[in-house]
Write a new protein. Structure first.
Length: 482
RNA sequence: CGGGGCGUGGCUCAGUCUGGUAGAGUAUCGGUUUUGGGAACCGAGGGUCGCAGGUUCGAACCCUGCCGCCCCGACCA
C-alpha cells in the first residue's frame, strides 16, 4: 500500500503477522466477534451485510439457472446419516449429536447436520417417481455444524452459514453438466463480485467429498501463499440415490437410480475477501458486495452544521436515490481525520469529502480506498464519476489479485523443487502427476502441500509425474491449504 | 490430538521472577477550546486480577487441579 503514514494503530501490520492482522481486522471492523464457546462466532451486522450481498447475488444466479429454494430440517436421524457408507465415514469425526429431548433420552440420536445430503435424499426418494419429475433443482440457505478441532473466524467455525444445492437428473451426462455449470457460476461469482481470481478443476480421489463420484472446486490463493477452497461442486453419481433409493421410471420404462449433484459455498468467502483485498489500514471491500460503497465525510469547520452539512445531506439523498449504498457520517463527536481512518479500516471503497472550500468551488473530493488517490469532481458530474470509480476499484482489485496469483504460480518438475518452493514462498505450483495416490501421498508427506485441483490444461514441458517420473496423465496445482 | 503463548477496568497491556494499599494507555461520561489524515486540556466513573483448592499473618504474584482463548503443526468448506 502506498501510504506514507499508518493511520490505524490498532491493527497488526499485515507483513508482520498475517494471522494476527486477519483477526485484528475482523474485530476492529466489527465483522464478527468471538463468543465464550470455542469456534462459535457472532457475525455482526457489518459482516452479515456482506453475506447478504453474497447471498442475493448468488441467489439470483441460481434462480436464473432454474433452481428453487427450500428448507430442510436441522436434525438428521443417525440411521439416515449411516446409509451412505463413505459419507458417514467422512463426516463422523465432526458431527454434533443430540441425544436428549428435554430430559428424555431419544430412541435414536439426531445429528446436527454437517451437510444435508442424507435428509434431502430421504425426501427425494418420496418425491421422485418418473423421468417427468426430473430434474429436481433445489437449493437451501442454511447453517451447518462441524465439530472442527481448529477454528478461525469465517475460515473454519463450528457453525457456519452456507448454501447447498442438491439436484437430481435423468442421466450421468446431465448430472455432470450441472456439476460443471455450478462450478462455473461459483467461478464467475468469485471473480466478478468478490474480485477474487480462482482456479477451478477436479479434486483428486484423496481430496474429494465423502460420498461423491467426483468433486470440483474453485481455489483462491491467499496473500500468505496458502490456498483456500472457496467453493465445491460434487457429482454424486448414483451413490446417494442407491443408498436412499431414489428411483424413477425412465422414458423407456425402466427403473433407474437418479443422478445427483450437490454444491456449496459458505461464509468462508468473507474470509477470502478479507485476506485477498485487505491491507495495513484494514479492510477493502469490493464495491459490488460492500455494505457501503461510499461514505460522505463533511469537513467540520466553524459553523459547518449550517454551511457544509446541508450540502452533504443533498449529496446523500441524491446518491441514495440513485441506488448507491452510501452513508453520511455527520457525527460531531469525531474529527474528519478520525472518520477517514475509521472508514478506511472498514473497507468502504470510496470516501466523499465535502468542505467549505469544495462548496465554494462547486466540487467534492473522491478518495480511492485502494491507494488514497484523491480526485476533485464537479458536483454535477458526481454520479458518473463515482460510478466510474466504483467500477475501476472493482476491476483494479481483481487485477491486483490476479497479478499476485500469477507472480506466485510456478511450474516445478521435481519433488525437490516443489518442496523448495513451498518452503520458501508457498504459492501455487503446477506439476505433472501420474494419477497415483501413492505419489500424491509422498508429496504431502514431504511438503505438506496437497493437490488443490487437477486442471487438465496441457502445458508443454510438463509431461512427467514429479514424484515417480512416469508419464503424467494430469497437470495439477499443488499448494499448502487452509 | 501434539508443540508454543496467554488469561489483570470495555479494549490493549504492565505488575508475577523477588508475596505486603491493583497500575498505565485507550475507550466511556461531564466541561472548555478545537476540527482538510485518528485534536488538546481539566475533571469523573469503572477491575479484586479465568475458576477451584492449597501454602502463608498476608496471594494477581508461590503450589496443585480445572476451564477457556490465540498461534504453529496432523484432519476439514
Amino acid at each position: 500500500m502506498s501510504s506514507d503514514k499508518d493511520f490505524i494503530k490498532q491493527i497488526t501490520k499485515r507483513s508482520d503477522d498475517f494471522s494476527r492482522w486477519y483477526t485484528d481486522v475482523i474485530k476492529r471492523a466489527e465483522l464478527a466477534d468471538y463468543t465464550t464457546m470455542k469456534g462459535m462466532m457472532v457475525i455482526r451486522p457489518y459482516g452479515y451485510e456482506i453475506w447478504e450481498h453474497i447471498q442475493s447475488n448468488l441467489d439470483k444466479m441460481f434462480k436464473d439457472t432454474g433452481h428453487k429454494n427450500a428448507y430442510f430440517p436441522l436434525f438428521i436421524p443417525e440411521s439416515f446419516l449411516k446409509k451412505e457408507a463413505e459419507h458417514v465415514e467422512g463426516f463422523a469425526p465432526e458431527v454434533a449429536w443430540v441425544s436428549f429431548g428435554g430430559d428424555e433420552e431419544l430412541e435414536e440420536r439426531l445429528a446436527v447436520r454437517p451437510t444435508s445430503e442424507a435428509i434431502i435424499c430421504s425426501m427425494y426418494s418420496k418425491w421422485i417417481k418418473s423421468w417427468r419429475d426430473l430434474p429436481v433443482l433445489i437449493n437451501q440457505w442454511a447453517n451447518v455444524v462441524r465439530w472442527e478441532k481448529v477454528t478461525r473466524p469465517f475460515l473454519r467455525t463450528t457453525e457456519f452459514l452456507w448454501q447447498e444445492g442438491h439436484t437430481v437428473h435423468e442421466s450421468a451426462e446431465d448430472a455432470q453438466s450441472e456439476t460443471l455449470r455450478m462450478l462455473n457460476i461459483y467461478k464467475t461469482f468469485a471473480e466478478d463480485y468478490l474480485a477474487i481470481p480462482v482456479i477451478s478443476g477436479m479434486k483428486s480421489e484423496a481430496e474429494k467429498f465423502a460420498g461423491a463420484e467426483s468433486t470440483y472446486a474453485i481455489e483462491a490463493l491467499m496473500p500468505d501463499g496458502k490456498a483456500l477452497q472457496a467453493g465445491t461442486s460434487h457429482n454424486l453419481g448414483q451413490n446417494f440415490s442407491k443408498a436412499f433409493n431414489i428411483r424413477f421410471e425412465t422414458r423407456d420404462q425402466n427403473l433407474e437410480f437418479g443422478w445427483q449433484t450437490s454444491w456449496g459455498v459458505s461464509t468462508r468467502l468473507i474470509g477470502a475477501l478479507i485476506m485477498v483485498h485487505g491491507d495495513d489500514s484494514g479492510l477493502v471491500i469490493p464495491p459490488r458486495v460492500a455494505p457501503l460503497q461510499a461514505v460522505i465525510v463533511p469537513i467540520s469547520r466553524g459553523n459547518w452544521k449550517e454551511t457544509v452539512l446541508p450540502e452533504a445531506q443533498k449529496l446523500f439523498s441524491s446518491l441514495k436515490e440513485a441506488g448507491i449504498r452510501v452513508y453520511l457520517d455527520d457525527r460531531d463527536t469525531y474529527t474528519p481525520g478520525w472518520k477517514f481512518s475509521e472508514w478506511e479500516m472498514r473497507g468502504v471503497p470510496v470516501r466523499i469529502e465535502i468542505g467549505p472550500k469544495d462548496i465554494e468551488k462547486g466540487q467534492v473530493v473522491l478518495v480511492n480506498r485502494i491507494n488514497r488517490e484523491k480526485s476533485f469532481v464537479e458536483i454535477g458530474n458526481l454520479m458518473i464519476e463515482l460510478n466510474n470509480l466504483l467500477e475501476k476499484i472493482q476491476k483494479d482489485l481483481f487485477e491486483k489479485a490476479l497479478k499476485y496469483r500469477k507472480d506466485n504460480t510456478v511450474t516445478n518438475k521435481t519433488l525437490n523443487d516443489l518442496a523448495q518452493t513451498i518452503e520458501e514462498k508457498r504459492g501455487f505450483v503446477r506439476s505433472g502427476w501420474c494419477g497415483s495416490p501413492d505419489c500424491e501421498a509422498k508429496v504431502k508427506e514431504k511438503t505438506a502441500a496437497t493437490i488443490r485441483v487437477i486442471d487438465n490444461k496441457k502445458e508443454s514441458g510438463i509431461n512427467k509425474c514429479l514424484v515417480c517420473g512416469k508419464d503424467s496423465t494430469d497437470t495439477v496445482i499443488f499448494a499448502k491449504s487452509y
